[in-house]
Design a protein around this ligand. Structure first.
Ligand code: SF4
Length: 335
């Protein structure tokens, strides 16, 4: 009997995929391969560390409230958040094997601490103090019917009012479309519904989904509670179809680089990728502006010195000329 070769199937690591894993693959398959398959180390990004610190503070608030009730005071949360800064920096440096480049990031450990603490304070004042969590900081692994892989994730908070909330920090204001298209929120809902379906009852009806955006900018902190209705059955199906398509693409074992700086954020893996070339061109332009400014300043200084020297010389000359000569005339006062 003729043996037919089984089609090639790249193994999805641990046969699992998360929302961020899918997002990475959609951005650039090559980036996904290096990050999730080869597990190449990446330089720590300060924005990510900042997000982790804020997350740690808010996660602590929800977990403590869930376990001990009441929610810790704002002061305690601010203290806890401040105490997490060194830990998160050290953790990300040791995970990546790279030292954080504070000069390049343009920040110090003090500005990082101040911003993270302010972000937690602002969130608490606007939203945190109103929350009563039913579930918080929960890892989930979903084995869904008809799928031979697992979808994993971590849910930030499911509140007694029926809102599934995800907090996200960023360096700018969040676009209002993001919660409408967020796969992460859809997964929260699918996870929560499947969990309650397994338990045989729907204890808290899902009232909506919320993306609590915490914009940390030089001007301060702005919290935007962006709330949207729960996903429809069609929207949930679309989300799962997208996951199926991504898993299929990963299993094909073909990982092209996206090479599109409008989509990917330059990972620094491949020097010949357009984003890398674009970044280098931008850097050259930046250095040229600095050099031009320095040259212009030098020219202006030289001119100023020249003008000053001229003025000094003139003043010295005038001093000589300016001395009034006493005219000695012959006297005619002979009367
Ligand atoms: S720089 Fe290249 S490899 Fe990295 S994410 Fe962009 S396209 Fe992909």
């Amino acid at each position: 009997m003729k043996q037919t070769e089984a089609p090639y199937r790249f193994a999805l690591p641990k046969n699992r995929i998360s929302h961020s894993g899918r997002e990475c693959f959609v951005t650039c398959p090559e980036k996904w391969r290096r990050q999730y398959d080869v597990k190449e180390k990446q330089r720590p990004a300060l924005a990510l560390i900042k997000g982790n610190i804020v997350h740690a503070g808010l996660g602590y608030a929800a977990s403590e409230q869930l376990l001990h009730n009441p929610r810790p005071s704002i002061k305690e949360l601010m203290r806890y958040t401040a105490s997490m800064v060194e830990f998160e920096v050290a953790r990300s440096e040791s995970d990546s094997g790279y030292k954080l480049d504070w000069d390049e990031e343009g920040e110090t450990i003090h500005t990082l601490r101040r911003q993270a603490v302010r972000a937690v304070e602002a969130y608490e004042k606007l939203i945190g103090h109103t929350l009563v969590p039913v579930e918080a900081e929960q890892m989930f692994y979903m084995e869904l019917p008809g799928r031979d892989y697992v979808i994993s994730g971590r849910m930030d908070i499911f509140d007694i009012t029926g809102f599934l909330r995800d907090y996200k920090t960023s360096g700018k204001k969040m676009e209002e479309i993001i919660p409408v298209i967020s796969d992460q929120l859809t997964l929260y809902q699918i996870h929560r519904e499947s969990k309650e379906a397994k338990a045989g009852e729907l204890k808290v009806q899902i009232a909506g989904l919320a993306l609590d955006a915490i914009a940390i900018t030089a001007g301060g902190v702005e919290v935007q509670p962006l709330e949207v209705p729960p996903r429809t059955a069609t929207e949930k199906q679309e989300c799962l179809d997208n996951f199926d398509a991504t898993v299929g693409a990963i299993r094909s074992g073909y990982f092209p680089k996206a090479n599109n700086w409008r989509v990917c954020s330059w990972c620094g893996y491949l020097e010949d990728c357009k984003p890398g070339v674009y970044k280098a061109a931008k850097e050259i332009k930046r250095l040229k502006v600095i050099a031009d400014e320095a040259a212009a300043a030098k020219k202006a200084k030289e001119k100023q010195e020249k003008d000053q020297a001229k003025a000094d010389a003139k003043a010295a000359g005038l001093g000589g000329k300016g001395k009034k000569k006493t005219k000695i005339t012959g006297g005619n006062d002979h009367g």
